[in-house]
Design a protein around this ligand. Structure first.
Ligand code: GLN
Length: 284
């Protein structure tokens, strides 16, 4: 029989041999999952010395196999952190990315503070943006709009997991019927699908496990920005802010669209890697 630590070493070796980056981090997460112990706790390192029973051993082998086949670590673990908060994730919902924290930070920094806010998050997915904003701003109402039923399921779970007041709304943001269900908001925020046709053909193995509907933004990746700005500016109060996450090098196009639709103070904000990641504008 092997100890949990030995299982972990074997797992690291297999992951490395399969060319998985950060093999040790991956192995810790997978073994932690099999042991039902948070791999970031002190308890975990103590438990590693114990003998692994056969069910843990089988579990580690299975989880390791899934990871080697390219399934994202976050899906296998079933939960991931975003902006210091836990989010359930799995097949059918986009995994919260660190890039998206730039959008949250930007909205927190630029949000009007004169009164409790009404916020609408479009293409909300796991709900990471809506829930993080609701936790950090004084809000009247926060809506999270999502089309996919599978993603809705995660969205609802994440709202209750975080004891959040976010209201989940099932709907297609490109359908005018959806906007008729809303009064005007102070902030409309969105991380829409924005990968181009070309991007979709060159997806990293892990990303290809995520829903195409959460990734593909039309041939040039800009479809959702065009439609969201045109339709949803009518649901923004005067002085209200629209904020988007954008794909690499999309800042000029998205800023131009906002300016053409009469937005002012239109700006692009860089993420921690120096890439323009967020575009904001205010309705005149
Ligand atoms: N940031 C994601 C990626 O690079 C794309 C998410 C999106 O389209 N909004 O895979």
């Amino acid at each position: 029989m092997s100890s949990c630590a030995q299982l972990m070493q074997a797992c690291v070796k297999q992951l490395e041999a399969a060319g998985i980056e950060d093999a040790l981090l991956n192995a810790r997460e997978l073994v932690g999952k099999a042991m039902q112990t948070d791999c970031r706790s002190i308890e975990f390192d103590m438990k590693l010395k114990q003998q692994a029973d056969s069910s843990v051993q089988t579990q580690v082998e299975n989880l390791c196999k899934r990871r080697i086949q390219g399934e994202p670590l976050q899906y296998i673990i079933g939960e991931w952190e975003f902006y210091g908060l836990p989010f359930k994730v799995g097949k059918g919902v986009l995994i919260p990315r660190q890039d998206t924290e730039t959008v949250v930070e930007t909205v927190l920094r630029k949000a009007p503070v004169d009164k409790p806010l009404t916020i609408i998050d479009l293409c909300a997915g796991s709900g990471c943006i809506a829930v993080a904003l609701e936790k950090h701003l004084e809000c009247e109402k926060v809506y999270a709009v999502e089309k996919s039923m599978q993603a809705m399921d995660y969205l609802r779970q994440n709202i209750s997991l975080n004891n959040s007041r976010v209201i989940a709304v099932q709907g297609d943001v490109t359908d005018e019927q959806t906007l008729n269900r809303f009064d005007t908001a102070d902030i409309i925020v969105s991380n829409p699908p924005y990968l181009t046709k070309e991007d979709m053909q060159a997806l990293q193995k892990e990303v290809s496990f995520e829903p195409e509907s959460a990734l593909f933004g039309g041939d040039d990746g800009l479809d959702f920005y065009t439609t969201i700005i045109r339709l949803w500016k009518t649901r923004l109060r005067q002085g209200g802010m629209m904020a988007f996450e954008i794909g690499i090098d999309m800042q000029d196009e998205v800023m131009t669209m906002l300016v053409r639709h009469g937005f002012e103070n239109v700006r692009a904000v860089k993420d921690a890697c120096g890439i323009f990641r967020c575009v904001t504008g205010f309705k005149k």
